[in-house]
Write a protein that binds this ligand. Structure first.
Ligand SMILES: [Zn+2]
Ligand SMILES: [Zn+2]
Length: 318
């Protein structure tokens, strides 16, 4: 039995897909035309986890449900045709019967349409693969092109910076909401935690991007931690390409970057408690040993601006 199904793209021309890897189940969209024309039947890559599978495995739960309903409806319509015959006849034959009356209403028909997941404007990103041109769309960050598997370090980096920026912008509002639900003390602690983790997010996004871009440029393989130390990362780029971080950042920005990288290290490894090593490495004279670092919103914004500038600079090296 064959059931005709029409798959529709959403209003922007994208088609919903879901990773078949059970640990992932990431939902993304791919431009319908590219799905039909560009991708091979043998190899689809999950943008999030990189899982590779054949093309018929990528139905979303909603699509499967929709198809199941359609199959059930189709079967029902076959049965109801039979019922129409049987009961229609019976109803006609009982129409004039005083004691038994059977009425029968033929079933309605349902058509299946692909149900696109809601477009959330704020967090959704349209990406065009720089290698193969496939257009896809994700919520949050993604790492691999569904068609060719290309890992776009630049896109992932931009997306992370964007998320941190939006998070920082929404902090005052979040604080209000958290205060209403948990009281001022808890809200304060939670927001401080978010602020501190934003510094960590910026640094780790930068490290990943810098390592990935370096490897691509040089054909060597670096470690993500090579870019945890500002001076070391800059030297690696300088030796390989003739351009260090000072190409795009002033001395002041470089020393701020170094200090904020050191602060992140301290928060992560010493719970933010200032020690001699931190003071030596950061050149920060605003604290004494034994104090707890206080991360301010301006720290996060400063670091974000510096890293965005540096990221743009580094990605201009081809
Ligand atoms: Zn996946
Ligand atoms: Zn691609």
């Amino acid at each position: 039995m064959e059931i005709p199904i029409t798959l529709l793209s959403d209003e922007k021309g994208y088609f919903d897909r879901e990773c078949p890897n059970e640990n992932c189940l990431y939902t993304f969209k791919i431009y319908m035309e590219d799905w039909k024309e560009k991708v091979s039947d043998e190899e689809i890559h999950c943008p999030m986890c990189g899982h590779i599978d054949t093309s018929e495995k990528w139905w979303t739960q909603k699509q499967l449900e929709g198809m199941q309903n359609l199959a059930a409806d189709y079967a029902m319509s076959l049965i109801s045709a039979k019922l129409d015959e049987a009961f229609g006849g019976l109803a006609r034959s009982t129409r004039r019967n005083k004691f038994v009356k059977i009425t029968y209403k033929p079933g309605h028909r349902i058509t299946f349409q692909n149900n696109p997941i809601g477009q959330s404007e704020e967090w959704e990103t349209d990406i065009t693969c720089e290698e193969c041109g496939t257009r896809y769309s994700v919520i949050g960050s993604a790492y691999f092109c569904p068609c060719c598997g290309h890992n776009s370090a630049v896109n992932a980096f931009d997306e992370s910076m964007d998320s941190v920026e939006k998070m920082l912008a929404s902090l005052p509002e979040m604080k209000q909401m958290l205060t209403a639900s948990y009281g001022r003390d808890k809200a304060e602690t939670m927001c401080r935690g978010l602020l501190e983790s934003s510094i960590g997010d910026i640094v780790s996004a930068f490290q990943k991007f810098a390592a990935c871009h370096y490897d691509k440029l040089t054909g060597k393989s670096s470690r993500v931690n090579d870019f945890q130390i500002v001076e070391k990362g800059s030297r690696l780029y300088k030796d390989a390409t003739g351009k260090g971080y000072e190409e795009w950042l002033s001395d002041k920005e470089l020393s701020e970057m170094n200090m904020l990288f050191q602060r992140r290290h301290l928060i992560e490894h010493n719970n933010g408690m200032v020690d001699q090593k931190y003071i030596d490495k950061s050149g920060d004279d605003s604290y004494i040993i034994g104090q707890r670092l206080v991360v301010k919103e301006s720290d996060a914004l400063t670091l974000l601006a510096i890293i965005k500038k540096l990221g743009t600079g580094l990605s201009s090296i081809k």
